[in-house]
Write a protein that binds this ligand. Structure first.
Ligand SMILES: Cc1ncc(COP(=O)(O)O)c(C=O)c1O
Length: 307
């Protein structure tokens, strides 16, 4: 992988009765295809943090995530390729069968467990000061990779999206920490509005987080944006059997793979909003496939496929 390589983004026009009935042009932005391991938003979120770590000769990179984290997985692979030592602080205990962490370890990431209580402290000044004292000259990347540098990388993603589908009325993207949405918002030029679908329950706080990221980066919103808080389907990482079934229906209808935690929730909620006439007839809508397909492995796919 080479962060300096020129990228192109493909898009696919989706065809189904629902979108046809509602007279919508719906495009799927295939950022999942950018790289097998560092896929979707991860490529863009990590790019400038890691180039910076290399340029500034940091001794190591440190970051945080859950046991199935797409961020941890992509970070481990990217650091291996850039020859950057990396430590992943993982929330809670994990099983030795966990394939996400097996990959990360195989690629050279040192894994350390943080109790759920400690993990909650990961952004506090005291915790970060302790970490810096214990691991001097380390680049500490926040959970999900949502640093200020991430916005610069995601701004490049927005440029590629607008080249792939000019004049989008609404761009729809899944939100975890909000870093991706902040980067997209900051760089929108020809896009009417951006709709973020948080996958966490009660994620109204993300509005402040996103505004805070934009402010810290000294960036303004390039378009209108809002969050829809009804696409969590039970909360972060929760995927009931009905959710997995819905995901499978979408996958087979549109011949695409999703993962249950982010992209499947975004798409499910999008379809509900389409049914509820949220989008004006004639609109051009783009759905961001933000990758993370490695995360499918945390769910019982055989069961899903047999339904
Ligand atoms: C596949 C995928 N899509 C979307 C997101 C949400 O990104 P963000 O945390 O920047 O909101 C994530 C989380 O990192 C993810 O793994």
């Amino acid at each position: 992988m080479d962060f300096h390589s020129a990228l192109t983004l493909s898009s696919q026009l989706l065809d189904c009765d629902l979108y046809r009935d509602k007279n919508l042009s719906v495009h799927l932005i295939r950022s999942d295809q950018i790289h097998r391991q560092v896929s979707g938003n991860k490529w863009f979120k990590l790019k400038y943090s890691l180039l910076n770590a290399q340029r500034q000769d940091y001794q190591q990179v440190i970051s945080f995530g859950g046991a199935y984290s797409n961020h941890i997985h992509a970070l481990a692979y990217a650091c291996k390729n850039l020859a950057l030592p990396v430590i992943g602080f993982i929330r809670g205990q994990w099983s030795e069968d966990n394939q996400t962490l097996q990959d990360a370890r195989r690629w050279g990431m040192q894994l350390k467990s943080l109790s759920r209580e400690q993990y909650r402290e990961k952004t506090s000044a005291q915790f970060l000061a302790q970490l810096s004292a214990e691991y001097p000259h380390s680049l500490i990347i926040p959970e999900g990779g949502s640093s200020i540098d991430a916005l610069r990388g995601v701004a490049e993603l927005m440029g590629l999206i607008e080249s792939a589908v000019p004049k989008i009325d609404t761009l729809v993207a899944a939100c975890g920490t909000g870093g991706t949405l902040a980067g997209l918002i900051s760089a929108a030029q020809q896009t009417g509005s951006i709709l973020g679908i948080p996958v966490l329950k009660g994620a109204g706080f993300l509005e402040d987080d996103i505004n805070g990221l934009l402010e810290r980066a000294g960036l303004d919103a390039g378009c209108d944006w809002r969050l829809d808080l009804d696409g969590h389907y039970g909360g972060y990482g929760k995927a009931k059997a009905t959710h997995l079934q819905e995901m499978q229906v979408i996958e087979s209808l549109h011949k695409v793979q999703l993962e249950p935690v982010y992209t499947a929730k975004m798409w499910r909620r999008f379809d509900e909003l389409v049914s509820d006439d949220y989008f004006k007839p004639g609109s051009v809508v783009a759905l961001l496939h933000s990758g993370g397909l490695q995360g499918r492995r945390g769910f019982k796919l055989a069961q899903m496929n047999s339904r």
